[in-house]
Design a protein around this ligand. Structure first.
Ligand SMILES: [Zn+2]
Length: 555
């Protein structure tokens, strides 16, 4: 269609007048304050460079972080939720917090179920040859009635159809219940420091292969239901114990945060978790031990030659019946000043699995956050907002501690009715990916916060903090905050041996903790806490999520 020049000018003028009028109406309407908030998010951050400098100086030159880790891991590890040692670790940490001058130091309890601890374990093959076995009982499984000597049978069970095959044949036997697993030469990466390729990967958001993850969820459920049926069958058959050789040794680096793959190491490293319920049915499973794959396979190969195998086994395990709230979170604070009723939280899970000492998972995160608080007190910060550290229990059993805390203080994701404290939380920062240094922050899809963190990481680039990854990551405690619309963030860390060697394994020991990385981690966490506690506004939030269905998992 043809337009005359005059018509064109008239049209453009009308459009301009309309635009200006709309803009005026919009600006005068107080319900459009969000526009002001957007401008604020884009504004230049007023960083306190003098204080950031002092935090870095204290954190890098007088770090105590390795001392915290050694106490939490060597002395009080492992710290299984509901066990006596996590309580001892908490008592130790509370003493340190008080010494450093933190206030409001206390535990907040929540119901967990029965605790479990291991008192003794030994396993020796005694026929056809004598050989000590490398292994570890699964948590929440019962012990043996003293030292038992039993014949070993190979009876891999994968479905209910297999039950008939073995019915009546397993009484008093030690059962090798998994098929053999081939041990391959390590060809994948074992120690992971990010390459250029990996760094590029952090800047992308992976598109989920299928919607909602519903299939993965039901597969997971089917798997654990089958395991319960197998346990019930073996218990009814009266087996002496069940041995397995752990999961396959190739895995991705975990959760939604990485597509980088590392190879799990064998060679005496055992990845072992829970083997039974902790409710009123606690202990109603057979004794279960995960063995080093090499020792497991040897017994299978001997049995395949019709040569009998005997094992002498002693497991002494204890269930802790303390009633009520035997899960706890540990809380401590540096009080704020003019905005003291607003809170910045930093945190990490304090609990661990039971076979190592919980050094990289997650004394590392706990010690870094403790040290961040020590640094902040040592340099005499007077933050505007209160800075609060939360060390969570029950993370390994499903983010139980942080979920209980969020429900108690901020909101229940089922129903999403917000408590007054919900309006007061400026941000939550979490560490739970092992001992590797902080490379940046996973933005959890919070694009507005990205503009702020771009400025915060500027004075931390000399420490290697240079990445803001847009994607949402899962599998740890920041999710409890994210689930109720609070700005919860997980730091991006170098993975090192986390997924290949130490995560939930008997080799999660202080020897695998890297000092320089830890010193950096605590210093960076302190700077983030301080910045969040001193800026004019709380950190921007994403839209409030829809309420979850009852019992929906947010792991
Ligand atoms: Zn962890």
């Amino acid at each position: 269609m043809e337009h005359s020049f005059a018509e064109e000018v008239k049209k453009k003028t009308m459009t301009r007048i309309l635009t200006i009028t709309l803009a005026l109406i919009f600006a005068l309407d107080p319900s459009n304050l969000a526009i002001g908030a957007l401008a604020q998010d884009d504004a230049k951050e007023k960083l306190d460079y003098a204080m950031i400098g002092r935090i870095k100086e204290e954190g890098l030159n007088r770090s105590q972080v390795m001392n915290h880790i050694s106490w939490l891991s060597d002395v009080y590890g492992p710290r299984l939720t509901g066990s006596p040692t996590i309580k001892q670790a908490s008592d130790w940490a509370q003493k340190r917090f008080k010494e450093w001058g933190l206030v409001n130091v206390h535990e907040e309890g929540w119901p967990f179920g029965k605790g479990w601890s291991l008192e003794r374990f030994s396993a020796n093959m005694i026929e056809p040859q004598v050989s000590p076995l490398i292994g570890y009982p699964k948590s929440w499984t019962p012990g043996t009635p003293g030292v038992v000597t039993a014949e070993v049978v190979y009876a891999p069970i994968s479905s209910e159809a297999d039950f008939d095959k073995y019915r009546g044949k397993l009484q008093g036997k030690i059962v090798l219940a998994q098929p053999m697993r081939e041990v391959n030469v390590l060809e994948g990466r074992v120690v992971l420091r990010m390459t250029d390729e990996d760094i590029k990967e952090t800047q992308t958001t992976p598109i989920p292969a299928r919607t909602g993850g519903a299939r993965g969820e039901s597969e997971f459920r089917r798997g654990s239901q089958m395991q319960s049926k197998i346990n019930a069958f073996l218990l009814a058959e009266g087996v002496a114990a069940v041995f397995d050789r752990g999961a396959d040794n190739v895995m991705s680096a975990g959760g939604s945060d990485m597509t980088w793959r590392t190879q799990r190491t064998d060679g005496g490293t055992i990845f072992v978790q829970s083997g039974g319920p902790r409710d009123q049915n606690a202990g109603k499973v057979p004794p279960q031990v995960t063995l080093a794959v090499e020792h497991y396979n040897r017994m299978v190969r001997i049995l395949e030659k019709n040569v009998p195998v005997k094992v002498e086994l002693n497991i002494q395990a204890k269930f802790h019946d303390e009633a009520g709230k035997n899960g706890f979170n540990l809380i401590a604070e540096i009080p704020g000043t003019d905005l003291a009723d607003e809170v910045v939280m930093i945190g990490a899970h304090f609990d661990s699995h039971h076979s190592g000492t919980g050094a990289t998972d997650n004394a590392a995160g706990s010690a870094a956050m403790m040290e961040a608080m020590r640094i902040l007190k040592a340099v005499g910060v007077k933050p505007r907002r209160t800075i609060r550290v939360g060390l969570w229990g029950g993370e390994e059993e499903g983010l139980l501690g942080s979920r209980a805390y969020v429900k108690e203080h901020f909101a229940d994701p089922a129903g999403m009715r917000l408590k007054p404290e919900h309006a007061k939380l400026a941000a939550y920062f979490n560490i739970d990916n092992g001992t590797g240094r902080i490379r940046g922050v996973w933005m959890q899809g919070n694009l507005a916060a990205k503009r702020i963190f771009e400025q915060w990481i500027e004075p931390l680039k000399d420490l290697g903090v240079d990445l803001l990854g847009p994607r949402s990551v899962t599998s740890t405690d920041h999710l409890s905050f994210d689930a109720v619309g609070l700005p919860g963030f997980q730091f991006i860390q170098e993975r090192l041996e986390y997924n290949s060697r130490t995560h939930h394994s008997n080799m999660d020991t202080v020897d695998h903790v890297q000092r320089e990385d830890m010193v950096q981690m605590a210093t960076v966490a302190a700077v983030f806490a301080y910045n969040a506690a001193t800026r004019d506004e709380k950190l921007p939030r994403k839209a409030l999520p829809a309420p979850t269905k009852p019992n929906e998992r947010i792991e």
